[in-house]
Design a protein around this ligand. Structure first.
Ligand code: A2P
Length: 316
C-alpha cells in the first residue's frame, strides 16, 4: 500500500504524487491518465502552470471510465498571486475547478506569500516587472477558510512560506494551515521548517525533488548542481538497485513528507511511483545529510525588485 499523510478528519494524502509544473499542454493529459491508470492517487496542479484545462480532460476521461473514482484521488491546486484580494480568491478557485472539471479539491494552497496585481502571470526573468500589491496574508487566508466552509475544498494550506511567515499567519487565525508545500531535496533539507510543521501538525509536500532540470533556461542559475547526477546519490542508487530518481523520491517519503516528481514520460512516471519499496539505511542518510547546503532551484527572486517588501522571501 502507498504511504499516506494523515489529516485531522481522517483524510489521507498519498505520499507520492504526480507533479504537473512544466508539463506541456500537449502531453500533460496523457501523463495524468497514465499516472492514474498505473496507481497514482495524488495529482499536484496549479492555475499558473497554464495546463489545468488539459489536466481536467484527463480527470474527466479516467473518472468516467470507472476504474478510478474521483474520491479515491487526492487533488491539489494553488491560488495564483494575482488573486490574493478577498473578492478574488473564490472566483479564482472556481475557475480552477471548472478547468479541472471537478466539484471540489482535496487541497488548495496559497501559491506564494506574494501578491501581484490582477492579470500578472508567472514570472519570467526577461519580463519587467511584476506589479505588486500589498494584500495582508490574513485577508487571503480568511477567503481560503471561507472556500473550505463552502465545501469547495476539503483542506487548505500554503506554499513557499518560511517558518516566520507560517508563525505569523498562525498567530492571526484559529484555522491553522493544514499543509505546506515547499522545495525540499538533498541540497535543501529545511529541518527546522519540518520540525515546526510537525509540531503544528502541518503536512509537508516536497517540490522539485529531482532538481527540476526542465525549468526554462531563464530560471536556471549558473553552474547549478545536479541531483540526479550527484555521485553520492548514484552510489546509493547502485547499492539498492534503484535509479537516482527513486532514491531522491524514497528519501522524501522516508522523511515523512509527500513528494511530487514531475514526469510526462510513461516509463519514468511508473518508475517514480515504485520508489519506496525499501529503506535507506543510516549510512545512506548520513551521506545525504552531508549534501545539505541550503541550495534552491526555485529562488523566488523573480518577486524581488528594489525596495519591495519581498526582498527576503525565505527569511533566511
Ligand atoms: P520527464 O518529464 O521527461 O520525465 P522535478 O520533479 O524536480 O521538477 O523534476 C522534473 C524533471 O525530472 C523533468 O525534466 C523530468 O523529465 C525529469 N524526471 C522525472 N522523473 C525522472 C526520473 N525517474 N529519472 C530522471 N529524470 C526524471
Amino acid at each position: 500500500p502507498l504511504r499516506t499523510l494523515k489529516y485531522k478528519n481522517g483524510d489521507e494524502q498519498p505520499a507520492i504524487g504526480l507533479g504537473t509544473w512544466k508539463s506541456g499542454k500537449g502531453e500533460v493529459a496523457k501523463a495524468v491518465e497514465i499516472a492514474l491508470n498505473n496507481g497514482y492517487r495524488h495529482i499536484d496542479c496549479a492555475a499558473t502552470y497554464g495546463n489545468e484545462a488539459e489536466v481536467g480532460e484527463a480527470f474527466e476521461k479516467v473518472f468516467s471510465e470507472g476504474d478510478v473514482k474521483r474520491e479515491d484521488v487526492w487533488i491539489t491546486s494553488k491560488l495564483w498571486n494575482d488573486s490574493h484580494k478577498k473578492e478574488d480568491v473564490i472566483p479564482a478557485l472556481k475557475q480552477t475547478l471548472s478547468d479541472l472539471k471537478l466539484d471540489y479539491l482535496d487541497l488548495y494552497l496559497i501559491h506564494w506569500p506574494v501578491a501581484f496585481e490582477k492579470g500578472v502571470g508567472f514570472p519570467d526573468k526577461d519580463e519587467q516587472y511584476y506589479s505588486l500589491e500589498e494584500v495582508p496574508i490574513i485577508e487571503t487566508w480568511e477567503a481560503m477558510v471561507e472556500a473550505k466552509k463552502q465545501g469547495l475544498v476539503k483542506h487548505i494550506g500554503v506554499s513557499n512560506f518560511s517558518t516566520n511567515k507560517l508563525e505569523d499567519l498562525i498567530s492571526k487565525t484559529d484555522e491553522k494551515p493544514e499543509a505546506l508545500q515547499v522545495e525540499l531535496h538533498p541540497y535543501l533539507h529545511q529541518n527546522e521548517l519540518l520540525e515546526f510543521c510537525s509540531k503544528h501538525k502541518i503536512n509537508v509536500t516536497a517540490y522539485s525533488p529531482l532538481g527540476s532540470g526542465d525549468r526554462s533556461e531563464a530560471m536556471k542559475g549558473e553552474d547549478e548542481p545536479s541531483l540526479l547526477e550527484n555521485p553520492i546519490i548514484i552510489k546509493i542508487a547502485k547499492k539498492h538497485g534503484a535509479s537516482a530518481g527513486q532514491i531522491l523520491i524514497n528519501w522524501a517519503v522516508q522523511r515523512g513528507t509527500a513528494v511530487i516528481p514531475k514526469s510526462t514520460n510513461e516509463g519514468r512516471i511508473k518508475e517514480n511511483l515504485a520508489s519506496s519499496g525499501y529503506q535507506l539505511d543510516q549510512d545512506d542518510l548520513a551521506e545525504i545529510d552531508e549534501l545539505d547546503d541550503h541550495f534552491r532551484y526555485v529562488t523566488g527572486e523573480f518577486f524581488v525588485t528594489e525596495g519591495n517588501s519581498y526582498s527576503n522571501i525565505y527569511d533566511d
